[in-house]
Design a protein around this ligand. Structure first.
Ligand SMILES: [Zn+2]
Length: 205
């Protein structure tokens, strides 16, 4: 009886799973287009950043492109559609600081955090059929419940620490000093407060 129920339930859910797959692969295609458009739009603001690129190689970041922008409108670091975007001011930061921002943003990619945006994006797409993929993604991010977003940030921090440790780049003092000095102190819809992030990373203050 139980087995039959599970079977029926699986069958009943199958069309939803299929629809989600189709939407996800569409979103993935949109991301490839969004990435190319993004690189083109910010071409004149992109700088060579040999130190940042060297640290990204040390961290063995694969499958993403690191883009360093003068006066980045996305803050110190961001992850968008396979792009890890850093502000140019990061080029003169310590190796630990560069490593932390790179590894954190890269972890949003490896943990596939954008996939959880799909249900939100799907609902928005039905409402706003004329939206560009990037605009849709921004809206999806904005409507994401902050508890889920905060959970993603903690997870990205944790993965970043592990990746930095594996690369021999981690130090409590180096990363802690950077977070205290340059990361937002108060919590927002998308990010937890810097003190909560330090505590979760096991960095004593
Ligand atoms: Zn993040």
């Amino acid at each position: 009886m139980n087995r039959l129920f599970i079977l029926v339930l699986c069958w009943a859910l199958a069309p939803f799973a299929w629809a989600k797959d189709v939407f996800e692969s569409q979103l993935e295609q949109d991301f490839v287009q969004a990435r190319a458009a993004f690189v083109e739009v910010y071409k004149d603001d992109t700088i060579d950043a040999p130190r940042i690129q060297a640290v990204s190689r040390q961290l063995k970041m694969r499958g993403v492109q690191v883009l360093v922008l003068k006066g980045s409108p996305f803050g110190l670091g961001a992850y968008v559609a396979g792009l890890v975007i850093l502000d140019a001011s990061m080029e003169s930061e310590t190796n630990e600081a560069i490593g932390f921002v790179l590894a954190h943003e890269y972890s949003h990619h490896t943990a596939k955090h954008w996939r959880t945006l799909v249900p939100h994006a799907a609902a928005l797409a039905r409402k706003h059929a004329d939206l560009e993929p990037l605009a849709l993604m921004k809206m999806a991010l904005g409507t994401r419940p902050s508890s889920e977003s905060h959970q993603h940030e903690f997870e990205a921090d944790d993965l970043a620490k592990k990746r930095m440790q594996a690369a021999g780049l981690w130090s409590d003092e180096g990363v802690g000093e950077f977070i205290v000095r340059r990361v937002w102190k108060s919590e927002s819809d998308t990010h937890p407060a810097s003190l909560a992030r330090l505590q979760a990373l096991g960095i004593a203050q």
